[in-house]
Design a protein around this ligand. Structure first.
Ligand code: NAD
Length: 402
């Protein structure tokens, strides 16, 4: 185990702050088996944003370029939390410099970039992982366990939908989220999550059909200042074209079972609604990100007078809560930020050299990230081909164990 680990975060925007905070919390989850952590730097081209985040979360310094992180001798572990199209250049440089990298999803701006990153990771001496954060939610893991232990049994039908409304306002400023080819919009941004969870529940997707991509707001005003996350920013009267999808949908076929995946960033009134539902041989279950401390569970009984879904409160009997949360009793609640904390902890476990048996399940591999992007590319190809069926062939081992 290293004597200490120096931590940095590149990108101090919406999700960068969650990474910066997560490293602070990670050692407090479960037993303190980690080496001492040094919270070294937060880097952002927007200097004031980087400096503010570094100060807020107790990092020693801030930097205004990602290159400074690559070159720093006192940094071992780096989260990459910038726009998707920037991931490749930064991640390749970090890996070449021997840094351990946790890159946020989706893996890259293009499938080609993702494949190059996976090749770089395969020849790197350091750890490279991806942040598909939702498989850290206790309810998601609980449902998966109910599938695998036979309580629910094999998935016949999966429904995954991620509705957001950050793009509903036509006066919402242009940002990196609206640039890139077809499929790089809602599909990549939030559809990547429900696609990852589809395979986490039901196994590998073998084909995609019925693809649909749609851009409802075709141009947006340029911002007058920096755009952070989904925050509203003053805008100019100069407009640029939106290049990608506001709405995406497609059907999937697993080895066994079928499903539908839907992603929208123009779903007014749904700031962050991810609902994943499985209908299985022995029952059904649903997870709703708006109520992340519970799942709905339906196990049919002979007594059909009181049959139906029941609410299961997540608690000390569920993964991630007992021994993990500081107050770990049933009903204390769990939120999306907690998932970032577990994600960071799993990454640090691996970097510190803890074996898998005494660690949290590993984060997604770069091969998993490429596979996820291959599915999104197939959905895009289906959409551009009038909904035709496109086969998906996984290259590389599946790491969907955690
Ligand atoms: N896992 C999740 O649940 C989750 C949630 C939100 C976002 N994300 C992902 O996180 C990434 C960032 O998304 P976001 O919403 O935080 O974006 P954001 O726009 O809010 O923040 C990006 C930050 O990167 C900075 N930046 C831009 N170019 C840079 C450069 N060359 N070097 C250093 N910093 C630079 C910007 O100034 C900004 O502060 C994306 O890949 C996104 O898909 C993941």
């Amino acid at each position: 185990m290293p004597s200490s680990l120096g931590i940095a975060v590149i990108g101090a925007g919406m999700a960068g702050k969650a990474h910066a905070a997560a490293y602070r919390v990670a050692p407090t989850l479960f037993d303190p088996l980690l080496p001492p952590l040094r919270f070294v730097s937060v880097a952002d081209v927007n200097e004031s944003v980087g400096a503010h985040t570094a100060k807020r979360f107790g990092y020693e310094r801030s930097d205004s370029s990602w290159q400074a992180i690559v070159e720093a001798d006192d940094i071992d572990v780096v989260s990459v939390v910038v726009a998707n199209h920037l991931h490749r250049e930064i991640v390749e440089a970090l890996l070449a410099a021997g840094k351990h990298v946790l890159c946020d999803k989706p893996m890259a701006g293009t499938l080609e970039d993702a494949r190059a990153m996976a090749a770089a990771a395969a020849s790197a001496s350091s750890v490279a992982r991806l942040g598909f954060t939702f498989h850290r939610a206790p309810g998601i893991v609980a449902i998966r366990n109910l599938i695998l232990d036979g309580t629910l049994g094999p998935v016949l039908h999966y429904s995954g939908r991620y509705w957001a409304d950050y793009a509903s306002d036509p006066q919402g400023a242009m940002s990196w989220r609206y640039k890139g080819g077809p499929g790089s919009g809602a599909l990549a941004d939030i559809g990547s999550h429900v696609t990852y969870i589809a395979e986490y529940f039901a196994g590998e997707i073998r084909s995609v059909s019925g693809g649909r991509l749609s851009t409802e707001i075709t141009e947006r005003p340029l911002p007058l200042g920096p755009v952070i996350g989904h925050e509203h920013t003053p805008v100019s009267d100069v407009y640029e074209s939106v290049e990608n999808d506001d709405y995406a949908a497609f059907s999937v076929a697993f080895e066994r079972g079928v499903g539908s995946i839907e992603a929208s960033r123009v779903a007014g009134g749904h700031p962050n609604t991810m609902i994943v539902e499985v209908f299985c041989e022995n029952g059904s279950a649903v997870f709703d990100q708006r109520n992340p401390s519970e799942i709905g569970l339906y196990l049919p009984s002979a007594d059909n007078t009181n049959n139906g879904f029941r609410r299961v409160q997540l608690g000390s009997g569920h993964p991630y809560i007992a021994g993990g949360l500081a107050m770990d009793s049933t009903g204390v609640g769990f939120g999306q930020n907690d998932s970032f904390n577990y994600q960071a902890r799993a990454f640090l476990d691996e970097v510190a050299g803890l074996d898998e048996a005494s660690s949290l399940p590993r984060n997604a591999s770069f091969d998993d990230g490429v596979h996820n992007m291959e599915i999104l590319a197939a959905a895009t190809e289906s959409a551009l081909g009038g909904g035709r069926t496109v086969d998906v062939h996984r290259v590389g081992a599946s790491g969907l164990a955690g």
